[in-house]
Design a protein around this ligand. Sequence first.
Ligand SMILES: [Mn+2]
Length: 293
Amino acid sequence: MTSYRTIFLSDLHLGMRGCQAERVLDFVRHHQAERWVLVGDVVDGWALTRSWTWQQVHNDVVQKLLREVRKGAEMVYVPGNHDGAARQFIGLTFGGILVQRDWVHTTADGKQLLVLHGDEFDGVVRLAPWLSRVGARAYEVSLALNTVVARVRERMGKPYWSLAAALKDRTKRALQYIDRFEEAVAARAVEAGVDGVVCGHIHRPELRDVVTEAGATLYANCGDWVENCTALVEHHDGRLEIVRWTGPIQRAASEPSGDGVRHSVADLAPRLALGAEAAGLGLDTGALLGTDR
Ligand SMILES: [Mn+2]
């Protein structure tokens, strides 16, 4: 059992196919904190609207978090866009969980961190259709892609190099989007006069100083529990760290054995980009793959 002062979690996407709920559960079981901060997209209401994929393990995660509160942990919940329905409860406390639109967290060493989900910057950064409702489905589909790339190639009748080239081009655009998102979020923190910002939303864990035109600030992104399985933690002395959890591998019957579920940040970008491309072009990736995920 590892103990931290604060644990920040975002983008669990409970209820979405591809959500690694077993890993979340394992992480929560092995950690304790004085305060838990949920940075949005905890439950994926969009996915649940499309098809009901709520499983017992998703309930288990919610119950486990509630138990932490009963045991005395503080919990702050900043809803995201996928669980935006919870935004109607801003300012209220449910079962000891305080719901906030955004939140200023003060670290043990006195740093002030503005906590927000990050979807409020979608309007500023207009390069990522995969963050939209339409793109969300394409993104979900693209998550399944890397395991069936061989089949796609065969069906499309395209040689491997052309697919690789296309991915390379799209990766560049996805990275450009990520840069712009990080800058926009950092600029908000500078504007707010705080020492840093904690967000989620783009499923890319990060902890670094970002220099904007208005000044430099600490940018922290919790990452997600669909691909990266990361949390942002604050040690008891105020030091921040990204923790990557490699607990038990979730293995559904339809999934390949081995490391078919875990993906590195490095191969996240092309798949995000492919989702973007599919959304942007109205391309039915599901049909291409011969699956209807
Ligand atoms: Mn989001």
